[in-house]
Write a protein that binds this ligand. Structure first.
Ligand SMILES: *[C@@H]1O[C@H](CO)[C@@H](O)[C@H](O)[C@H]1NC(C)=O
Ligand SMILES: *[C@@H]1O[C@H](CO)[C@@H](O)[C@H](O)[C@H]1NC(C)=O
Ligand SMILES: *[C@@H]1O[C@H](CO)[C@@H](O)[C@H](O)[C@H]1NC(C)=O
Ligand SMILES: *[C@@H]1O[C@H](CO)[C@@H](O)[C@H](O)[C@H]1NC(C)=O
Ligand SMILES: *[C@@H]1O[C@H](CO)[C@@H](O)[C@H](O)[C@H]1NC(C)=O
Length: 946
């Protein structure tokens, strides 16, 4: 279902309430300039903006593209070569954004305010030549009363915002003897040190997949708001909470209860006496009014007004994640009126009716009776239904948020939907996502597991720091709470599973003190802040956790964490799995068994075409200094600009992955060889993820009752080796195609224990009702001839697979099958089934293909498949055919100048088989000429010398 929705109109509606008695000046419309002592000139600036982008626009950072041949989109310029190191002078300097004198400010106002939706990060604000305030949190909204400043303005009303150098400021904080200190070998530095002292995107200081530009600037809009007393208030933020009556965050909501709508508005100005609140709820698609009513129990507390109503007897259409039902949306308009029924505040939020619950409760007797192992649950339930969460982890899609446009995010989320993913984990630390990004997720049905911005570090625990983050958390929880896509709040990333063990190893004597510090912040402080501002969202103190023992809201630590208080044979929480020992990459025994896999992966190189966006032709080889210095795994751990030692570890891991399992490319043309190597690392990556995803999904029918697979990571922030499935600029790696394939609802998967020879074939389904069908099993030699008698393997096996379950359809020992040559054999698995999608009465068919070879690709006796590709103008698709042998890892590739994706890729083709494959064009600067430069290759091309 696609809901038409105009984001721009909605944004305007939510930020520019049309209310009498207000004068709101959007500072985007002023003329701005940018200056610094580090730069002997003043350049014009955008607003919102970040310094690097204005310098780029002004030509201060050279815009040259690496090669004239490459069409170099404007948004890619900044990541050129070693700019990660060469542009540090920008991060080391202070920068000032200065407005022209602001005209037309009202004289007959009662109050004037400066409202900033986001300043990144250490900002000093002056207005009319007077110091107004300093800020130190990128994630907060700030409002300052400048009424008297404006009244006494001597010169021009000029606004200037100075951004101090974040790297220098945190270094100064770290040097301060009064600042908190931690034991050595605990804190994790990527490039710039001391990131834990700032409330700024932590990956701005570098991460193992990204650069460290440490940008600064007014990254979100700002306003001058002028108000007249008792004629209306300015809406700063709105918390719209929709839940089932009686719902409590950590308990499963009762789906038979009516919906409750709780609306709360944070405002500037003063409300009249005895304000009333009302809402109108309108179906976005039909425009029909579901209800309009006044709210009960209206209270004004501080500068927030809150009211609540129960929608007795109303049954709005539910919102579902994609693949599980429709994304029904409603507009809720909230109006605050005075005693004369004049509107003093009005805001509309688009929302949906759903419950989403993270079930971490103990396994019950009834679950035990179903064969589920003891311990605790750890899975999501939407509208009361368990489901399999399929997806990946979202990192910041760009180093510079001001160029993360709606178009870019919409395209990224389309790849998520097409990729059969229903959930993304919005990793900290990053930034809290903009509303428009949640809006897109609401429309497309993508659940966003959201996190507070704390990651892989121990943070200060002094009161000033805690007060700062408390404000940040309350603001963001309230801001995005109306989005049905919001799936969870988690306190931070890898704090429980990584930071606590690190500090335990470094300073065992102080360990319990650090656990206390952890609980003070992530549980005693954050949990009540979440629960007080939303009843519709679950909270977990840390992502990757063994879960909790119990919740007791009147205890000083209201959630008692389980930590390592576990029993073997029981399963509790979610798992995080990285193993760079490639010798066990395909060994199921090395994968974690748990209730949910929220992170796992291995890095690979981007394609040649993506490298060409940023790297000079002379540097396009595997271990060139530029390629190595753009590889940040393992991280330098410092500002070193010659990190070959650590980078060599990560480059070596990719090399080992290829050399252990795949033909080793050795092309005579160096660029072709580089390209083949990049591709080979992607084959290893994709196979490793596929094996793990199939293993985790099969777990839905095993004692662990595994109900989630979110791989690391969805997309790239720049062009470099990383765990991503989508390259910077939008090109799909092999991984995204393969994940799309194994995230289909009903899949057939081979499980091979290469040590014992045991082969088992499973059908796994995440439908909510049983599915039935057959799997054809066909042994071929690699020239494509059937193997005699199918070596005793049944040619087809019927099956029934239960709801959210798995079934073993075949088992054999490969050694004893009597294959003439295990290096010259492939088993083609072809499933066809019928069943019903969740929330659908219609029976539809499902198909899935997979294959198994009883040897790793490098050992296979592959022959030239004689691949052909032809473009058909009429059907606008590519006909791909193997003419002389089995084509493994058949790969269609498209040239630069176009961005898009093939509807299928990295597949097996038997000789004589012809596939018609379409291509979705997202961007084309070649006027259609690109179709002539589409190529097809396979494992054979990786192996042959030229
Ligand atoms: C700054 O610019 C002025 C005038 O254009 C010039 O005289 C001066 O040498 C420049 N200083 C530096 C450090 O470039
Ligand atoms: C930069 O700004 C910080 C405050 O944000 C200030 O302490 C420092 O002195 C400034 N440095 C320069 C060179 O202006
Ligand atoms: C309003 O407050 C009263 C008294 O606390 C309570 O009984 C009632 O349930 C509240 N109404 C709603 C809609 O929550
Ligand atoms: C869950 O089980 C643990 C024992 O593993 C127990 O300590 C805890 O109290 C139980 N929690 C609840 C909510 O019953
Ligand atoms: C482990 O959990 C049990 C309850 O299941 C509790 O009684 C015990 O105190 C816990 N032990 C630790 C070390 O937390």
């Amino acid at each position: 279902m696609h809901v038409r929705f105009d984001i721009a109109t909605a944004l305007l509606a939510s930020i520019l309430p049309v209310t009498l008695g207000q004068h709101i000046r959007d500072l985007r419309s002023e003329h701005w300039s940018l200056s610094s002592r580090a730069l002997n000139q003043t350049v014009s600036a955008q607003f919102p903006s970040q310094v690097h982008l204005d310098l780029l626009e002004a030509g201060v950072i050279v815009r040259s593209c690496p090669t004239a041949r490459i069409v170099c989109a404007k948004h890619m310029w900044r990541y050129h070569g070693l700019n990660d190191f060469n542009l540090r002078w920008i991060a080391d300097a202070n920068w000032t954004y200065t407005s022209q004198p602001i005209q037309d400010l009202l004289d007959d106002f009662d109050s004037t305010w400066l409202v900033f939706d986001g300043l990144d990060t250490f900002a000093t604000i002056s207005f009319c030549g007077q110091l107004i305030a300093s800020t130190d949190n990128q994630f907060r909204q700030y409002a300052f009363d400048v009424t008297t400043t404006l009244r006494s303005c001597k010169g021009d009303p000029v606004l200037s915002i100075n951004f101090g150098s974040a790297p220098n400021i945190v270094d100064a904080i770290a040097q301060d003897p009064d600042s908190q200190k931690w034991p050595p070998n605990v804190q994790i530095t990527y490039e710039y040190p001391n990131r834990w002292f700032m409330r700024k995107e932590q990956s701005d200081f570098g991460w193992d997949w990204g650069p460290a530009f440490a940008p600064a600037g007014p990254w979100k809009p700002a306003y001058i708001v002028q108000l007249k007393k008792a004629e209306g208030v300015y809406v700063l933020n709105t918390d719209l909470d929709i839940y089932r009556k009686g719902q409590i965050n950590y308990l499963p909501p009762d789906q038979s209860q009516p919906w409750v709508v709780n609306a709360s508005i944070d405002y500037l100005g003063s409300l009249p006496d005895s304000p009333t609140m009302s809402i109108e709820v309108r179906d976005v698609q039909s425009g029909a009014v579901l209800t309009s009513c006044t709210l009960d129990n209206v209270t004004v507390s501080g500068s927030s007004i809150t009211g609540v109503t129960v929608l007795e007897g109303l049954t709005p259409k539910l919102w579902w994640p994609q693949g599980l039902g429709d994304q029904n949306l409603y507009n809720v308009s909230i109006t605050v009126t005075d005693e004369e029924k004049h509107s003093v505040a009005h805001v509309t939020k688009r929302t949906g009716f759903r419950t989403i619950f993270l079930n971490q409760r103990n396994i019950t007797e009834a679950q035990r009776a179903q064969g589920i192992a003891p311990g605790a649950n750890w899975h999501f339930e939407v509208n009361g239904h368990e489901f399999y969460a399929k997806g990946s982890n979202l990192i910041p899609p760009d180093s510079f948020w001001t160029r993360v446009t709606e178009e870019k995010m919409s395209r990224l989320f389309d790849a998520v939907v097409v990729g059969n993913q229903n959930m993304l984990r919005v990793w900290s630390s990053g930034a809290y996502l903009h509303d428009f990004i949640y809006d897109l997720a609401d429309e497309k049905g993508i659940l966003l597991w959201s996190e507070f911005q704390f990651s892989d570090a121990l943070y200060p625990s002094d009161n000033a720091f805690l007060e700062n983050v408390a404000t940040e958390i309350v603001y963001n929880v309230r801001r995005v709470n109306h989005h049905p896509s919001l799936a969870l709040w988690a306190g931070g990333n890898e704090i429980e599973v990584l930071m606590l063990p690190l500090v335990k190893a470094a300073d065992p004597a102080s360990y319990s003190w650090y656990v206390g510090e952890y609980e003070k912040m992530y549980i005693s402080l954050f949990l009540p802040l979440v629960y007080e501002n939303t009843r519709s969202t679950s909270y977990s103190p840390s992502s990757t956790t063994e879960g909790y023992l119990y919740v007791n809201l009147s205890a000083p630590v209201p959630m008692a964490e389980r930590y390592d208080n576990t029993t073997s044979g029981s399963y509790y929480g979610d798992t995080d799995h990285y193993n760079y020992d490639t010798s066990v990459a395909f060994d199921y025994g090395s994968y974690p068994v748990g209730r949910f896999a929220n992170e796992f992966g291995f890095h690979s190189m981007p394609s040649l075409q993506t490298w060409q966006q940023a790297v000079e032709p002379k540097d396009l080889y595997f271990n060139s200094s530029v390629v190595m210095l753009r590889n940040h795994h393992n991280p330098a751990g410092s500002l070193s600009t010659d990190n070959y030692t650590n980078s060599a570890v990560g480059m070596g891991q990719m090399t080992m992955g290829v050399e252990s399992y795949y033909p080793i490319p050795s092309k005579s043309d160096p660029v072709a060889n580089f390209s083949a190597w990049c591709h080979a690392t992607q084959l290893f990556q994709a196979d490793m993820y596929k094996t793990q995803i199939q293993f985790y999904r099969r777990g839905s029918g095993k004692p662990e009752r595994q109900l989630g697979s979110l791989y690391w990571q969805l997309e790239d922030i720049w062009q470099a080796p990383s765990w991503a499935g989508l390259e910077y600029g939008g090109r799909w790696k092999v991984l995204h195609h393969v994940a799309r394939d194994v995230y289909q609802p009903v899949i057939v998967s081979p499980f091979w224990n290469y040590t014992t020879g045991s082969l088992e074939i499973y059908v796994t389904s995440d439908l909510w009702s049983p599915a039935a069908g057959i799997v054809n099993l066909t042994w071929l030699d690699l020239s494509g001839h059937p193997i005699a008698g199918n070596v005793g393997t049944p040619e087809s096996v019927p099956f029934t697979v239960g709801a959210l379950n798995t079934t073993r359809i075949y088992g054999a020992n490969v050694e004893s099958l009597g294959l003439p040559d295990t290096k010259d054999a492939i088993l083609i698995l072809s499933l066809s089934a019928h069943g019903r999608l969740p929330n659908s009465a219609q029976t539809i068919s499902f198909s899935h293909e997979d294959h198994f070879t009883p040897a790793f690709p490098k050992d296979l006796a592959i022959v030239d498949p004689g691949l052909k590709v032809e473009y058909n103008n009429k059907s606008q698709s590519f006909a791909v055919e193997a003419t002389s042998g089995v084509s493994l890892y058949t790969w269609l590739d498209y040239p630069t100048g176009v961005v898009g994706y093939f509807e299928e890729n990295s597949f097996v083709l038997a000789p004589g088989e012809k596939k018609q494959i379409g291509f979705t064009v997202l961007e084309d600067t070649t006027n259609g000429a690109w179709v002539r430069n589409v190529t097809v290759q396979s494992l054979w091309d990786q192996k042959v010398r030229d």
